[in-house]
Design a protein around this ligand. Sequence first.
Ligand code: HEC
Ligand code: HEC
Ligand code: HEC
Ligand code: HEC
Ligand code: HEC
Length: 197
Amino acid sequence: MFYKHVCKLVLPPVLMFVSMLLMSGAPARAELAAPPGVTPPVGTYAGADVAQPIEFPHDIHVNVNKINCMYCHTYARRSKVAGIPPTSKCMGCHKMIATDKPRIQKLTEYFEKRESPKWKKVHDVPDFVHFSHERHVKKFVFDADLPVENVEQVCGLCHGEIKAMTVAKKNKPLTMGFCQRCHEANGGPGDCWKCHK
Ligand code: HEC
Ligand code: HEC
Ligand code: HEC
Ligand code: HEC
Ligand code: HEC
């Protein structure tokens, strides 16, 4: 996207050359900073777009309106799953906000029918893998005294820069090697049975 953008501009040849050099070396978008003291796990993944019943813009909520990840994904700090917020939570704001927008009208229909949109899974590790959000959030946020406003840096270790996305996409591999490399670098467990039931 960035690349297309640059090419549309008419750059003087020297600038063009410099920007090409920059682009070949560095990723188009800077990675979200890891929390202090944490060695981030290496690896990226180019997940496909997931067609959701309502396209939910993380960018508008997190980037523009500064809503905390854990305001919506409430369970991340206390259970295995992070959880997707119920429609009633959305309506806390959207009874008033952007009510003229088609996507909000669709959301309101779900709410009136007492249903939640059937959000499709973006991340899914196999059932034989034991994973818990609580454990990781406790370790990297609460035990580390990281300000809760910065929790997205911790989520970003495994989910990348969600706040830049209009639709959540998988962009970290979440494979065994990915988990293990991070455990080795940050003092997580190495025994097979810790991750496999
Ligand atoms: C206003 C509520 C809200 C906020 C704030 C929010 N999310 Fe979400 N999130 C959702 C909804 C709704 C979905 C389901 C739709 C989708 O997957 O695009 C979702 C989906 C996700 C998914 C994909 C879930 C899956 O199926 O694997 C991840 C990962 C995620 N959010 C992480 C974050 C992170 C990290 C932040 C903070 C940077 C954040 N979210 C902030 C509402 C929110
Ligand atoms: C804390 C308040 C708040 C909550 C909770 C919230 N939103 Fe929003 N949402 C906003 C604001 C503010 C905007 C930007 C409105 C604007 O640009 O006029 C927005 C915009 C949107 C848009 C884009 C509308 C458009 O077409 O421009 C969608 C879709 C949306 N929200 C869906 C949701 C869903 C689904 C949930 C629940 C998972 C949710 N929101 C929860 C505040 C919130
Ligand atoms: C150490 C890696 C890691 C961290 C840190 C992490 N996640 Fe996840 N997340 C995962 C994995 C792995 C899955 C898939 C779980 C599964 O399939 O059972 C997942 C799934 C999800 C999902 C969809 C399923 C669910 O659990 O509800 C959401 C939403 C989510 N994460 C949000 C977050 C948010 C918000 C944060 C930060 C507060 C966060 N994650 C931090 C690894 C992580
Ligand atoms: C950002 C680095 C990081 C990533 C990525 C990561 N972990 Fe961890 N994990 C840790 C650390 C550090 C601990 C130790 C937490 C503690 O001491 O409380 C841990 C603890 C755990 C535990 C708890 C073990 C026990 O003693 O009960 C399990 C299970 C686990 N991780 C599974 C996974 C899986 C599965 C993945 C990949 C999907 C993963 N982790 C990805 C850093 C990571
Ligand atoms: C830090 C967590 C973690 C540890 C420790 C771990 N695994 Fe895994 N393992 C995973 C995850 C996550 C997957 C799923 C990978 C995927 O979906 O790509 C997996 C997948 C596997 C699979 C299936 C491979 C496949 O191709 O389908 C086997 C077999 C396995 N692990 C064996 C082991 C053995 C043996 C050990 C100990 C030497 C071990 N694991 C230690 C996280 C872990």
